[in-house]
Ligand binder design. Sequence first.
Ligand SMILES: [Ca+2]
Ligand SMILES: [Ca+2]
Ligand SMILES: [Ca+2]
Ligand SMILES: [Ca+2]
Length: 359
Amino acid sequence: MEGSESTFPLGQSRSAWSFPSMPRRGSDLLFPVGEFRWYNVTDRWTLADIVPGETGDDANRKLSSILQFVFTPAPGNPTASWGGFQRCIERYGTDFSKKTHLTLYVRPTGSAFEGNLYIDLGDRISEDSYWLERVGDQLVRRANGELDTEDVNSDGILATTEDTGYDNLHSFEEPGYSSGSNPDPNEDDYSFNSSDPLSTRYDAINNLEGNGRLDTEDLNRNGVLDQNNTFFRIEVPLNDPDYIVSESPTGWLLIQIPLNDSTLVTVPEVSTGQPTWEKITYARVWVDGFTQEDTLEFYDMGLIGNRWEPNRISVFEDISVPVQPGESFTVSVVNNRQNPDYMNDPLQGSIPAQTRTAI
Ligand SMILES: [Ca+2]
Ligand SMILES: [Ca+2]
Ligand SMILES: [Ca+2]
Ligand SMILES: [Ca+2]
């Protein structure tokens, strides 16, 4: 039964994700947004660092797809403060009804262990994102109820004049601009230089002006700012052994959550309708509960299921032991990565075939 899982990756490329909308009902005072950034680190981890016992050909090759998320909670109310990132998975929705688990490798540091990690999945997640907007003299990270887009002529194509950030102003048009002392008044210029020191290297990597992309809040490209919420919320426990499948010496956790776990998978108050797994359009990854700046790293985040359909199992009336009330038979998938105690078929001849037990 190895290799029979089908996986839908949520994606771990920086550019696949955008600024998030507010994940809870509430005011910015009660639930203040923090500062955050996300980006790919390419020279830090190998597969063997992440997956205990990995010995394949690529085990010691550096991975290029680790998604690192740094969150700095708001100083006034750090543990209530939130941050995250979100995306459209598939603009008309994709069917997860055959999926059974959320799976991800995650590596928390510091106060992230005590924080909360959530993954929201649904047909509708508000597109009205929190971005650093000029309000009078101040720059405020907030959502404004309007569709913010660089695509001023709505043709879906990036014109050279459109790569301005959501303020629709080039830096030299922003209030207070001075080429020497204030070159980016609205603080939305993209920059990345791999030779910069780590402490500042990623500070402007999520900024939208000059990033070479046509950015828009209209993630599903339907021409409007969708503000409805109909989604499932999956709480990802970072310290509950019931859900931690493996832990590497370098601190990477493999966590799997059954989608039918009613404790961790809920429909939150902010959701206005009953979501369905048959149509998932958006994903939002977010945190709260941090007490200070800390980091979460992600690898292989996705939905898994297996190709057997539980309801197609039939009972051989004559030869089987009758199924007792409360008993059920389910088919699940094992592999040597996510089930470290599972061994492949023994070497031929080591066990007489007729005594083998099906796994
Ligand atoms: Ca907006
Ligand atoms: Ca700008
Ligand atoms: Ca842009
Ligand atoms: Ca839209």
